[in-house]
Design a protein around this ligand. Sequence first.
Ligand SMILES: Cc1cc2nc3c(=O)[nH]c(=O)nc-3n(C[C@H](O)[C@H](O)[C@H](O)COP(=O)(O)OP(=O)(O)OC[C@H]3O[C@@H](n4cnc5c(N)ncnc54)[C@H](O)[C@@H]3O)c2cc1C
Length: 429
Amino acid sequence: MAESYCKSYYAATANPVPPFPKLQESIDVDVAIVGGGFTGISTAVELAERGVRVAVLEANRIAWGASSRNGGQITGSLSGDRAMERQFARKLGRDAADFVWNLRWRGHEIIRRRVEKYAIRCDLKFGHMQAAYQPSHVAELEDMYRAACAHGMESEVEFLRGPAVRDLVGTDIYHAGLVNRRNMHVHSLNLCLGEAEAARGLGAQIFEDTKVEGIRHGRRPELVTAAGRVRADKILIAGNALHRLAPMRLAGMLFPASLGIVTTEPLSADVARAINPQDLAIYDTRFVLDYYRLTADRRLLFGSGTNYSGRETADIAEVLRPAIVKTFPQLADMRIAFAWQGQDGISINRIPQLGRVAPNVLYAQGYSGHGVATSHVVGEIMARAMTGDTGDFDVFADVRHWRLPIGRFLGNQALAIGMWYFQQREKLR
Ligand SMILES: Cc1cc2nc3c(=O)[nH]c(=O)nc-3n(C[C@H](O)[C@H](O)[C@H](O)COP(=O)(O)OP(=O)(O)OC[C@H]3O[C@@H](n4cnc5c(N)ncnc54)[C@H](O)[C@@H]3O)c2cc1C
């Protein structure tokens, strides 16, 4: 039985969409996709636009996983960017840095165009600020500002110090800010639902309440579910942290981390203007960071911390409240209206994992907390790979990933220790 959406702000304000059926028969398509989050749905849109017959099988509801639970920040800050440059250099040589730079922004372009093309109502807005949490982080932000200018983004970025930061965010805790007007924020569930509707309109078959129990490999592989099957030329596994398919190839590669988010009750126009007058999405410079923005109905949507143990935190609202009050003491008495958690797949080197478990069975996963834009780039890369252009896919597939030969529980403990180490090291930054 499918699980319904968690009680989040996104679920409470989701656009009504006609239901997607449960698979109850055997069907035949060109490409079958496991998982109806951003990766699966975005790939389906790309394929359907190319005239490919595609089916998406989602165990729960469309975007049920991380895609309906995230901060909605569409950011050019890629997870694992430095590691990517190093590893991609094996295939791309000096072009690796440009490849990674373009990767940062390609997802933005895909989302912007898609929202426009299919008239998706998802509160898409432009503007981010990354804020220096420590004086020692200021130089790093300034370097990022210079890099953006060197890539021709002068008109889209602005570097602010001291009091000028206070004009854009109503708190005194930051030392500098890098404003980026190319970055965006969005109601992520409505984006994914809108994309699923677009894919359906283009002929894609989308099924909810349809858990894939196994993959039968062969010349034309099959996805096996309790009540039906899908035979295809190619299969994409896009189940992120939540699937257990192809364990011989994928076990020990990806570990679920729990992230929590809360929203307040709607703020008055005056309070909203005082804390975030330009309606920016804001995040700080720490390894495990605070990130927040205003929703369309003027709630503060605030995320912070990551639980790498693989388990959910007992009371996420109580855990996040001190971070909110530290940032905005004026919200100390504000009621938390929604609190929820989600799991994202963390890869140890933080590079997204794209590859094959068989010649005609591919996978894409592991955006390590930075998946809204990345999943859309990956959707394009996977659709190209499945229609014959494997250039960018091969760059990712060539990456050497760590694989821990231990179960998920022990893997998560190892990850938690590793991340603790990085957080301690950060205190010296
Ligand atoms: C709390 C939180 C905050 C975040 N904030 C941000 C942010 O602000 N910006 C950003 O860029 N990224 C953010 N992320 C990360 C981002 O949301 C994810 O990286 C991205 O949504 C991953 O998309 P996906 O489609 O790969 O996976 P998911 O959205 O997790 O989708 C996987 C889907 O596969 C389905 N599935 C699994 N197994 C099976 C099976 N056997 N059969 C059928 N279906 C199956 C699941 O039910 C699920 O719906 C955040 C993540 C979380 C959890």
